[in-house]
Design a protein around this ligand. Structure first.
Ligand code: AKB
Length: 343
C-alpha cells in the first residue's frame, strides 16, 4: 500500500492514544494535533505533532494533503455543560474548520478526503427514565432530541458532515460536480479503556469505578445503581473506526452509524468490581446534573445497520470485556505501578 497521510486531532485523549497506536502499525504518515504535548504512550511513535488550539492553528493544516482525517478533539458532556460557549467553539467551530479544509482539499486534489467523526449516544435525549426504559434499543433516527450542549454539538456536526459531503447547496444539479469529502460517523457508547482514565464525560463513572477498585481507592459513583447505558471496550471502539475507514463507500447506506457492545447498570458495574476486587469501597452519591444527563441517554442502541453494511461485530461482550480484556490488563497495570494514582 502506498503511504497515506492521516490527521488525528485530539490525539492525546483516550480514543486518540489507542487509535494512533493502531494506525502506526499500518504504515501511515501520521500527523497528530492536540492542545497538549504527546503523552508517554505515543510519544516515541513516528508521528508529527502539532500542539495548540485547532481553531487558531487551522492554517498550518492546509500545508498537508491528508487522505484521512480522524477528528477526535472535543469537549465532552460534563465539561461542556459547565463551559457551554467554550464547548461550542471546540466542538462546532473546530469541526467546521476541519470540514472546510477537507472539502477544499477534496475538490482541489479531486480525491475524496475521508473524514471519520466520533459522535455519541449523547445525540439522543429522553425526557425521563420511563421513556428511556420504554424505548429500549434506539435506532439512529429516533429520539434525536439531545439535552446537553455536547449532544447538540455532535448532532449538528453530523449534519454538517453530511451537508459538506453530499448535497451541498445546488451542487447536485451541477453537470460536473466537484469531488466531495467522504464523511463517516459512529455514535459511540461509553468507552472503557484498561490503560487510560477518562475525564470530562458523563459515562466516566463506569471506568472511574473500575480503575478506583483496581487501585484500592474508595469511589463514590455520581449516578445511582439503577442507571443503565451502553458501554464498549476501547479496542472495539478502535476496531470500529478502522472498519468504517476501510469500508467501501458503495457498501455504506448511511453516513452515521450506531454501534453497541453491552449495556449494564452502575449497580452491575459495582458487582463486577466487587467480584474482581472484594475489598473495593464503592458507594453511590448521585449528582443531580450528571444523573439527569445519563438518564437522557438510551439504555442501548440498535446497531443492525453497521452489522449489515460493514460487518460490524464487537469482540467483547460483557463477560469477554471483564474476563479477557479489562481485568487481566488492569491487574497487570496496578500490580506494576501500585503507587500510581487515578485522577
Ligand atoms: C461522555 O460521557 O461525554 C462521552 C460520550 C458518551 O460521548 N463518553
Amino acid at each position: 500500500m502506498s503511504e497515506r497521510s492521516v490527521l488525528v486531532t485530539g490525539a492525546c485523549g483516550e480514543i486518540g492514544q489507542a487509535l494512533v497506536q493502531s494506525l502506526t502499525k499500518r504504515g501511515f504518515h501520521i500527523v497528530t494535533a492536540d492542545l497538549a504535548p504527546l503523552p508517554e504512550t505515543i510519544k516515541s511513535l513516528p508521528v508529527e505533532h502539532i500542539q495548540g488550539d485547532l481553531v487558531n492553528r487551522i492554517k498550518i493544516l492546509y500545508d498537508y494533503d491528508f487522505d484521512i482525517i480522524f477528528h477526535l478533539a472535543a469537549s465532552l458532556s460534563s465539561k461542556a455543560e459547565v463551559a457551554t460557549e467554550e464547548a461550542h467553539r471546540i466542538n462546532v467551530e473546530g469541526t467546521m474548520q476541519l470540514l472546510l479544509l477537507a472539502a477544499y482539499k477534496s475538490e482541489k486534489l479531486k480525491k475524496s478526503v475521508k473524514f471519520l467523526f466520533p459522535s455519541s449516544i449523547a445525540v439522543y435525549g429522553f425526557p425521563d427514565r420511563a421513556a428511556k426504559h420504554a424505548a429500549g434499543n434506539v435506532k439512529a433516527g429516533e429520539w434525536n432530541t439531545p439535552h446537553t450542549m455536547y449532544g447538540c454539538n455532535k448532532l449538528y456536526c453530523e449534519k454538517l458532515g453530511v451537508y459538506y459531503s453530499c448535497f451541498c447547496g445546488q451542487r447536485h444539479l451541477d453537470p460536473n460536480p466537484p469531488t466531495m469529502l467522504d464523511f463517516r460517523a459512529i455514535r459511540f457508547p461509553g468507552l472503557v479503556s484498561a490503560f487510560t482514565v477518562p475525564s470530562g464525560g458523563t459515562s466516566d463513572y463506569g471506568p472511574e469505578m473500575l480503575h478506583a477498585a483496581a487501585a484500592g481507592k474508595p469511589y463514590a459513583c455520581f449516578v445511582d445503581a439503577d442507571t443503565r447505558i451502553s458501554f464498549m471496550a476501547m479496542p472495539d471502539a478502535i476496531k470500529s473506526l478502522l472498519m468504517l475507514m476501510d469500508a467501501p463507500r458503495e457498501c455504506l447506506s448511511s453516513q452515521v452509524y450506531n454501534i453497541a457492545a453491552f449495556s449494564l447498570t452502575a449497580g452491575e458495574f459495582r458487582q463486577r468490581a466487587l467480584s474482581a476486587f472484594p475489598g473495593a469501597q464503592i458507594t453511590f452519591k448521585p449528582n443531580p446534573r450528571r444523573q439527569g444527563i445519563v438518564d437522557s441517554w438510551p439504555e442501548d442502541v440498535d446497531d443492525a445497520l453497521a452489522r449489515k453494511d460493514w460487518d460490524w461485530k464487537p469482540d467483547y461482550d460483557e463477560d469477554q470485556f471483564f474476563n479477557n480484556y479489562f481485568l487481566p490488563e488492569i491487574k497487570k497495570r496496578y500490580q506494576k505501578a501500585s503507587t500510581r494514582t487515578i485522577e
